[in-house]
Design a protein around this ligand. Structure first.
Ligand code: MV4
Length: 451
């Protein structure tokens, strides 16, 4: 096992990684930017290194600064958390050439999964269903029109370098296609430096269901069950749960096995997530693979009892997974609310600032992953996630009741948060019946400003 690792991240995920390391007896080195001098991850780590100014591009995203810190601190490996450098194949490659372990998949696997058109090909080879669409990149709009006609409108135009909803357009007609094609290419070129796009049949109001997998270097690959992540606004998830309420017993298994086939086909090693679209008839289609630990991993941990970050450390050190598929027996139900420092009455504008008082919820069935403390000043430079509240119960209804109680007792003063919105969602009839697809929030009045 590693003796010392560097955590190339901040916020709650830095704490999550440091906690797993401490339990395994691994020393930790935290890096931080100048605006993070008061951040909690510095207090939890064994050593700290300032890597630059607040701007991410000059600190948490700056590969030479991170590598320099890793060399100076003499670590065995780097855990990238999520976001920042977590899915950057060039960073993983540089770690490899510097003989620093990277706690994630190989640069080759990461590059393949980062290219959405290549990922579709891998899925096809693995016999994992994909949405009908183009055979790879669409070279020009004339060819695009031909493909769109063939698969039938409406279609979706997607950037190969995309993800998270950027560089995406829906087209219901040829005219809309021509406009959307040009717009998607321009947006993708600006956002990713790569304007290549492909086409898929547009799936109306799909569910976003994802499968957590874990793979080691010994050929073991298992699925840890699924999560429903459809409650989102502009591709920002607000509530996630495990298992996905929509699926039948048979579908939990079929989707889990499909995710494992895809991971095996791409030589995947590490924790990973295979995202699927599920339509109203319960057909499922591969969408993307995320080559990192995800924000919502705790709901899977709560129903399986498996420490996913601990297993990441084991497999990155070349050890086998500590469990096999037969040991994964999800029990009960877990829900996560992502608490963001955003003002729902001001169009979800981020509202950084000083948290004058923070009293986290607790009690039976509650877990809180957060870097917040009373008096902490949230810097404006990073994302607005300030806490994850996770509730579990024997049943979905019980988990919802625990979550409502937990959010009601949470005290966060000095800034606005998404908690009032999440409490309204937890009371909504469609949420209670488990019927929420990705169009749910926009189709309700829950986002209106007059609440
Ligand atoms: C789709 C789709 C419908 N049909 N693809 C959005 C993010 C990106 N990862 C893929 N996304 C979608 N792809 C086809 N062929 C609908 C979405 C989508 C969506 C997916 C997951 C979660 C939320 C979403 C919100 C709007 C659109």
């Amino acid at each position: 096992m590693f003796t010392r690792i560097l955590v190339a991240n901040r916020g709650e995920i830095a704490l999550r990684v440091i906690r797993a390391c401490r339990e395994l007896g691994i020393e930790t080195v935290a890096v931080y930017s100048e605006v993070d001098e008061d951040a909690l991850h510095l207090r939890y780590a064994d050593e700290t290194i300032c890597i630059g100014p607040g701007s991410s591009s000059k600190s948490y995203l700056d590969i030479p600064r991170i590598i320099a810190a890793a060399e100076i601190a003499n670590v065995d490996a780097i855990h990238p958390g999520y976001g920042f450098l977590a899915e950057n194949p060039r960073f993983a490659e540089i770690c490899r050439s510097c003989k620093i372990g990277f706690i994630g998949p190989s640069p080759e696997t990461m590059a393949n999964m980062g290219d959405k058109a290549k990922a579709r090909e891998v899925a096809m080879s693995a016999d994992v269903p994909i949405v009908p669409g183009s055979d790879g990149i669409v070279p020009d709009d004339k060819e695009g029109c031909r493909v769109a006609e063939e698969i039938g409108y409406p279609v979706m135009i997607k950037a190969v370098a995309g993800g998270g909803g950027r560089g995406m357009r829906v087209a219901h007609s040829e005219l809309a296609f021509l406009n959307g094609y040009a717009a998607a290419k321009t947006e993708a070129e600006a956002a990713f430096g790569n304007g290549d796009v492909y086409i898929e049949k547009f799936v109306e109001r799909p569910h976003h269901v994802e499968v957590q997998i874990m793979a080691d270097t010994h050929g073991n690959c298992v699925y840890l069950g699924d999560r429903e992540c459809s409650v989102q606004r502009r591709h920002q998830k607000l509530i996630e749960e495990a298992p996905a309420p929509l699926l039948t017993d048979e579908l939990h298994v079929r989707m889990g096995q499909a995710a494992v086939r895809l991971a095996r086909e791409s030589n995947y090693v590490n924790a990973g997530t295979v995202e699927f679209l599920v339509d109203k008839d319960l057909n499922f289609y591969f969408m993307e693979m995320n080559a990192r630990i995800q924000v919502e991993h705790p709901v899977t941990e709560e129903v399986t009892g498996i420490d996913i970050v601990r297993e990441q450390l084991h497999v990155a050190a070349g050890e086998p997974l500590s469990f096999s598929q037969n040991d994964v027996l999800p029990k009960g139900h877990a829900i996560e609310c992502r608490i963001n420092a955003e003002d729902p009455t001001k169009g979800f504008r981020p509202c950084p600032g000083k948290v004058s008082l923070f009293v986290p919820p607790g009690g039976r069935g509650v877990r809180v992953d957060s870097h917040l403390y009373s008096g902490y000043r949230i810097p404006p430079h990073y994302d607005s996630l300030i806490a994850k509240v996770i509730a579990r119960g024997e049943t979905r209804r019980e988990a919802i009741d625990v979550m409502k109680r937990a959010l009601q007792e949470t005290i966060i003063e000095g800034i606005a948060t998404t908690i009032p919105l999440q409490l309204r969602i937890l009371d909504h009839a469609d949420f209670l019946s488990g019927k929420v697809d990705t169009g749910f929030l926009d189709s309700t009045s829950l986002l209106d400003e007059d609440h």
